[in-house]
Design a binder for this molecule. Structure first.
Ligand SMILES: Cc1cc2nc3c(=O)[nH]c(=O)nc-3n(C[C@H](O)[C@H](O)[C@H](O)COP(=O)(O)OP(=O)(O)OC[C@H]3O[C@@H](n4cnc5c(N)ncnc54)[C@H](O)[C@@H]3O)c2cc1C
Length: 489
């Protein structure tokens, strides 16, 4: 029986362990922290249970695929969100309610976007073609080098080529007249940790996934149920997880990896190895690869860093829905600046998730559970967070004013994670929340491969290898990496 060591217990590592244990491999996971899940984690305090990172799921059939392929019934209970979310603009008390049903959404936009339904239908039809013409040929495909990537790309219909170069904002501006509608449709760029001004328009396929294809879903009992359910199955299969164990060095010989060393000096030996830590920075910082040296890593495009706030609040907030965006009125100026400044945004745009809207277990009775996420520059641009309290208070005050609820006077729990904590907790390069960005030079054959360049027995899963970031993509990454392993070993 072949033995496999996986470094990291994020969703990438856990799902790879599930797939390989189903095929008879003996799997062990080494995790730096004291809990599993990586960014998909949980914080418990004073009766509140917060999901620390992801708050919703799309392309949920990737979970069905994972469990089916591993011979178990999908234990995760999902509920579709409709409305998908609400968007607040500065100076407008009422939010826009973003319905999945486009006729209802057209009603929401009233006369700000005449003929919305027709325009949206046309836009989403094209986005659906982007999705279906690339899903199997590119997204769910392994590449053996750049030549193979170009061969696979050449099977995508040529008519899509111009959309690789065009930016999402440009395509939206050609489609819609209203700034409000353009901004709302462009929010998907933030799911890639970027802005619509940098994101290729091909990613309008994410609008297709939200409105037509599969929508957005919440997990009953909270997002961390995903981790807990997978852990139960892994335990039954004898997969061991060794916590508080951070890999810091390695030894290789004759083109293969012989063992990993952890910070306490222990040796970890197996036949095969999978790294679930960031596929680019692990190569640079642990394997000392020149292509991923400090300077080269700094020159890559990284997704925005998260500044997150977890609030346990006394009282019920009647005016707010489960998923909400709070935006200002100078989107272009704001989104252009936040990437590269060394200061905290003075008028922050942020996302608020209130899981207690649906789930009574995550907060004590009569209380609300709030998760606030504000995308900020990564640590290359802003390397200190001495102003973290002040910045969090600014957001809390702004939110209080906009939902007409005094949060400050009703706080039971307030916890903050700045990019510094995101970096140190999960080894996220410079605190970048979603890993490498998804520009044309960092996807497909250009993204760090899931197979190591030098060691024949080393593979990668997770957000910074193929196909990309987000929970569904990470599930696909474990499928791609384990398919390679099964084929090659
Ligand atoms: C704030 C936030 C909100 C998000 N919201 C969503 C959302 O709503 N929906 C969605 O689909 N996606 C969301 N994402 C993205 C999603 O969380 C990630 O794409 C996904 O969880 C990444 O999983 P992973 O397995 O690649 O990496 P990780 O979760 O980072 O797992 C890697 C693991 O490796 C461990 N590790 C690292 N280095 C070492 C080492 N040297 N030795 C041992 N262990 C090590 C880490 O501790 C970690 O446990 C969000 C991300 C963030 C940060």
């Amino acid at each position: 029986m072949k033995e496999v060591i996986i470094v990291g217990s994020g969703l990438g590592g856990l799902s790879a362990a599930l797939r390989l244990s189903s095929k008879g491999y003996k799997v062990k996971i080494l995790e730096k922290n004291s809990t599993a899940g990586g960014r998909l984690n949980q914080i418990k305090e004073k009766g509140f249970t917060f999901d620390s990172g992801p708050s919703f799921m799309s392309m949920t059939y990737e979970f069905d695929n994972l469990f089916k392929e591993c011979g178990v019934v999908n234990p995760i209970k999902l509920k579709a969100l409709d409305p998908l979310y609400e968007v607040y603009f500065e100076g407008r008390q009422e939010p826009y309610r973003i319905w999945k049903d486009l006729d209802k959404l057209a009603g929401e936009f009233g006369d700000i976007e005449p003929d919305f339904k027709n325009k949206a239908d046309k836009y989403l039809k094209r986005a659906s073609e982007f999705f279906h013409d690339t899903e199997d040929k590119v997204v769910k495909s392994n590449f053996n080098g750049l030549a193979d990537y170009f061969i696979k790309i050449s099977r995508v219909p040529l008519k899509h080529l111009p959309f690789l170069r065009k930016k999402l904002w440009t395509l939206l501006s050609e489609t819609f007249d209203s700034q409000v509608v353009k901004v709302i449709f462009s929010l998907v760029a933030f799911f890639l940790g970027s802005t619509p001004f940098k994101t290729p328009s091909i990613y309008s396929l994410l609008n297709y996934t939200e409105f037509i294809h599969n929508g957005y879903w919440r997990v009953e009992g909270g997002m961390y149920m995903i981790v807990e359910e997978i852990l139960k199955i892994l335990k039954n299969r004898g997969v061991e997880i060794i916590y508080n164990t951070e890999v810091s060095d390695y030894y290789d010989s004759e083109g293969s990896l012989k063992y990993f060393l952890d910070k306490k000096g222990n040796h970890w030996i197996a036949d095969l190895y999978i790294v679930n830590a960031d596929a680019a920075s692990f190569r640079g910082m642990i394997l000392n690869r020149k292509k991923y040296s400090g300077t080269r890593l700094d020159n890559m495009d990284w997704s925005l860093a998260p500044f997150t706030i977890y609030l346990g609040v006394k009282g019920k907030i009647k005016s707010m829905y489960h998923h909400n965006y709070f935006l200002g009125n100078d989107f272009i100026k704001y989104a252009d600046k936040i990437f590269i400044t060394s200061e905290s945004p003075s008028n922050p745009y942020y996302y608020v998730n209130m899981p207690s809207y649906h789930d009574t277990e995550c907060a004590p009775e009569g209380c609300e559970n709030l998760f606030i996420l504000c995308p900020v520059p990564d640590l290359r641009f802003k390397d200190h967070w001495n102003d973290r309290e002040e910045f969090a208070d600014r957001i809390i005050q702004d939110l209080s004013d906009r939902i007409n609820f005094n949060l400050k006077d009703n706080l039971i729990v307030k916890k903050i994670m700045s990019p510094l904590e995101w970096e140190s907790e999960y080894n996220l390069y410079k605190g970048s929340g979603l890993g490498l960005s998804h520009g044309m030079n960092q996807i497909g054959g250009f993204r760090p491969s899931n197979k190591d360049e030098e060691f024949s027995n080393l593979y990668y899963v997770g957000a910074s290898t193929v196909p990309g970031t987000g929970l569904p993509m990470v599930l696909i990454s474990s499928k791609l990496a384990t398919e390679r392993i099964i084929h090659e070993h």
